[in-house]
Design a binder for this molecule. Sequence first.
Ligand code: NI
Length: 258
Amino acid sequence: MIIDTHAHLTDESLIDQVPQLLSDAAAVDVRGILVVATDVRTSQACIQLSERHRELRASVGIHPNYSCQANSGDWELIESLAKHERVVAVGETGLDRYWKDCAWEIQVEMFRKHIRLSRQVNLPLVIHTRDCSAEMLRFLQAESAGGSLRGVMHSFTGSPDVARGCIELGLYISFAGMVTYKNADDIREVASQIPDDRLLVETDCPYLTPHPFRGQRPNKPALVVHTLQTIAEVRQVSRELLAAQTTINAQRLFGAWR
Ligand code: NI
């Protein structure tokens, strides 16, 4: 069994084909999928979807690039949705210096709300980082003074040092399709070094379609097997062993799919 720990199945390019996507996934043993939200609307949609399909679980949260569009009352809604029985994670949240859609201070404030909620409801964070991985590590180290952090650094592309720092904080590291790209030797190097008990795989679909389908949209959960295969090769283990390890890790972190 394989678990795709980050899929935006409520995206308009995927939502109408969910039954087909799930049967394609099951055909290659992908039998658990975390459906990840980016705002209030998708948080509600992720929950609805996860109620309809037993292999799905949901996250609720507001993505840093949408943090400045949140209306009054949105956060309170996220807090109440986080108590739903199908919700196993808070996010995606984090920090993004690439898109510059929302002011840094607003992203930071929203990220802190997610950290507090994660501790209150005892659910792990799904953490997005773009073009600020060293800053992210310093931020997380400072936040960890207020209590332990649980969660995953999703679609990881940072340095070995940042990975090590996140692991020391107790976090998991998840790799998406980028680890399969020809020019991604640095990401593969990091993937080869993550401890067995902290590694996860994901698609981040509809984005980041893995090699050899790179460039095709939308990406889909079944294609996580290509990411798994690449990581198994660089770690010099069988795909079956890596599937077993990453599945146990996802079950432990999210408390689901058992
Ligand atoms: Ni995402």
